[in-house]
Design a protein around this ligand. Structure first.
Ligand SMILES: Cc1ncc(COP(=O)(O)O)c(C=O)c1O
Length: 373
């Protein structure tokens, strides 16, 4: 297959895109201040990290600027206030909340609770591998359960894989890299079957990309006192991946055990930005809308080209390239798009993260040209 879109044409458009041409209802002045991404510096549009290409929002940017003068202080009071802000919205107490260095730190701490002494993790495959990697690194064992035929977590098979040695069960919902989601009701039923000593870790990093989060979040089971950690992040919808803020919601006894394994406090500017973004529903709604538009552009092109893809609930699309994924990824790189890595379980599939609407139009054109060229 030959590509008809020239690399120069695509790259030529990149600086204008990064300067905010396609921001729609989002802040243009804010985008104009964005430094170019690393991928942009190397001449490619970055569609690899499942970030929000529009973030941070206007309120977060203002909070960062306002917070610079206070950044000589340890943000102890600010962290307490942020916990209270989250707890109030979730119907919990601040003792149910742990603020961390991105949700990665929450996943890391959960692995530290599970792995020692050969402790066992049950996880899907493929999924976000951070927890499994850490459990292995500290000598624990990992039972991997393939996704089902629809590329969703196979909860029955995962339940069957749980043994008396299982300390942690990880469910990434929606799942990375497939974007598929298990409905909240099914997940609650699954949770109810786990042995009381097995902790469930539900990673909701992408859940708020869609607007019906309330129905599918497992936070109600935290309120009920289950042996459960819900992990969330400001790196995705809120567009703050570089500022490293995430949090866990869990019953106070579990949060206390986790807090002892936390390394240090988070950054004051990250906290300020996250708290402002949390209280900025306008930016969140605009981001949702733009990311959904990007998904629609991408899936329309895939439909036209008859390329199968998994139904996504996230800000990325997992699709069948029809050839070894590494070759496709290299061809896309040549056309100016940086798309991430192959997943060995699905050798011809790859994941594309949503960029701005304008970037995804360019990507869709590149796909058409590549397959039809
Ligand atoms: C499913 C999932 N969970 C957690 C993370 C970690 O995000 P962060 O540490 O930036 O909050 C990622 C990052 O890509 C992810 O995909």
């Amino acid at each position: 297959m030959k590509a008809a879109v020239s690399r120069r044409a695509v790259i030529g458009a990149t600086p204008a895109l990064l300067a905010g041409v396609a921001l729609g209802s989002l802040s243009r002045s804010a985008a104009a201040q964005s430094p170019p991404s690393r991928a942009a510096a190397s001449g490619a549009i970055r569609l690899a990290g499942n970030e929000n290409p529009y973030g941070p929002g206007p309120a977060a940017r203002a909070a960062i600027e306002a917070g610079i003068g206070d950044s000589w202080k340890y943000p102890i009071i600010e962290e307490m206030a942020f916990k209270a802000q989250i707890a109030a919205r979730e119907g919990l107490t601040p003792r149910h909340v742990l603020i961390a260095d991105g949700s990665s730190e929450i996943l890391h701490i959960a692995a530290l609770l599970a792995g020692p002494g050969g402790g066992e993790l049950v996880t899907a495959t493929p999924t976000f591998s951070f927890v499994a990697d850490h459990v292995r690194a500290i000598g624990g064992s990992v039972r991997e359960v393939p996704l089902d035929a629809e590329m969703r977590h196979d909860l029955m098979a995962m339940r069957a894989a749980v043994s008396p040695a299982t300390r942690l069960v990880y469910v990434c919902n929606p799942n990375n890299p497939t974007g598929t989601m298990v409905p909240g009701g099914e997940l609650r039923e699954f949770l109810a079957t786990l042995p009381p000593a097995t902790t469930a870790l539900v990673d909701e990093a992408y859940l708020e990309i869609a607007s019906d989060m309330g129905k599918h979040s497992l936070v109600d089971r935290v309120r009920a006192g289950d042996n459960l950690i819900v992990a969330r992040t400001f790196s995705k919808l809120h567009g703050l991946a570089g500022l490293r803020i995430g949090y866990a919601l869990a019953r106070p006894e579990l949060i206390e055990r986790m807090a002892k394994l936390k390394l240090v406090a988070v950054s004051s500017l990250g906290l300020a930005a996250a708290a402002a973004s949390y209280a900025d529903p306008g930016f969140q709604a605009a981001s949702r809308e733009q990311l959904a538009a990007s998904v629609a552009i991408t899936t329309a092109a895939l439909d036209e080209l008859q390329r199968p893809y998994a139904p996504t609930r996230a800000n990325f699309v997992f699709f069948d390239t029809g050839q070894p994924a590494a070759a496709f990824l290299a061809a896309m790189r040549e056309l100016g798009f940086a798309l991430g890595r192959p997943f060995p379980q699905y050798p011809t599939w790859c994941r594309v993260s949503m960029g701005t609407v304008e970037q995804m139009r360019l990507f869709a054109d590149a796909l058409r040209a590549y397959y039809r060229g």
